[in-house]
Write a protein that binds this ligand. Structure first.
Ligand SMILES: [Fe+2]
Ligand SMILES: [Fe+2]
Length: 164
């Protein structure tokens, strides 16, 4: 399948937007937490932001690109390893979007609209669907990015086995 490529100008816009957040200490912490396999929450969040931005351009969906990138970057802003069942994190899948929104309000001063973009990204696990176009894009690209993470991990394992 042919990948859709961004222009240099579009890539530059993306970088200018993510750099407002990805070098801040509260975001760098996400490097410590495992998200899918060996992929950290930090890498996952940047991937979802990139996929979401590219998706909106590829499908010519009119959205607020700045809000889309910011909300996608912050959609999993919680500070624990969700695999760690001993640290008191129960029903992570259901409750982490609310935690991420709360953290993003506190640490990144996000707007009401940005909160709505993030709040329902776990649909259909959580019953309420996204209420904005940006929210739908993040919800879809979060799943696409998880599939791509697991595919990458499977390929890496297969390759490692073959090398032996
Ligand atoms: Fe999430
Ligand atoms: Fe996610």
């Amino acid at each position: 399948m042919k990948t859709f490529n961004l222009t240099e100008e579009q890539k530059e816009f993306f970088f200018q937007e993510i750099k407002k957040i990805i070098y801040t200490p509260n975001f760098i912490i996400l490097k410590q937490f495992r998200h899918h396999g060996s992929i950290s929450t930090y890498t996952h969040a940047i991937k979802v932001a990139y996929f979401s931005y590219r998706f909106s351009i590829q499908h010519k969906i009119k959205v607020n690109k700045r809000e889309l990138i910011k909300a996608a970057l912050l959609h999993d802003l919680y500070f624990y390893d969700w695999h760690d069942k001993d640290n008191g994190v129960h029903l992570h899948g259901l409750f982490h979007p609310k935690k991420a929104v709360k953290n993003a309000i506190h640490l990144y001063n996000i707007t009401k609209r940005e909160q709505r973009h993030m709040a329902h990204h776990m649909f259909p696990l959580t019953l309420i669907p996204p209420t904005t176009k940006e929210g739908w894009i993040i919800c879809i690209c979060d799943k696409l990015s998880a599939i791509s993470d697991y595919k990458g991990i499977r390929l890496a394992k297969k390759y490692k086995k073959r090398k032996k």
